[in-house]
Write a protein that binds this ligand. Structure first.
Ligand SMILES: [Zn+2]
Length: 114
């Protein structure tokens, strides 16, 4: 797998963690229970550093998708996009594409072959 994909997936993981940390911060339920939640700033700092390593064009594509979808980059397993469950064209699975970052024509999510 190409380094860029790996970085992008790591960025997505961080975004999920940041989202969860934020939700917990704003949840009265957790506060009332006496949960002390820290680490949000550390996560954001780590995200900034990671994002700087990703080529701008790719990062922009990801950011745009991430604004719409919970998961912007997803692995292809089987013959369907796991984002929208539309069958992918067989050309996706030819070896020529296996090292490329693909786009689902139906939902626009980024797909990679693990
Ligand atoms: Zn899709």
């Amino acid at each position: 797998m190409r380094e860029e994909f790996r970085l992008l997936i790591a960025l997505q993981d961080l975004d999920i963690m940041i989202r969860e940390a934020r939700e917990q911060h704003t949840s009265d339920q957790y506060r009332d229970m006496g949960f002390k939640l820290t680490g949000l700033e550390e996560l954001q700092e780590a995200r900034k550093k990671l994002a700087a390593k990703i080529p701008t064009a790719l990062r922009n594509r990801y950011e745009k998708l991430a604004a719409h979808f919970k998961l912007a980059i997803i692995p292809v397993t089987g013959d369907k996009c796991l984002g929208c469950f539309v069958k992918l064209p067989t050309s996706f699975f030819s070896s020529a594409y296996s090292s490329e970052l693909l786009t689902c024509e139906s939902c626009g999510r980024l797909l990679y072959i693990p």
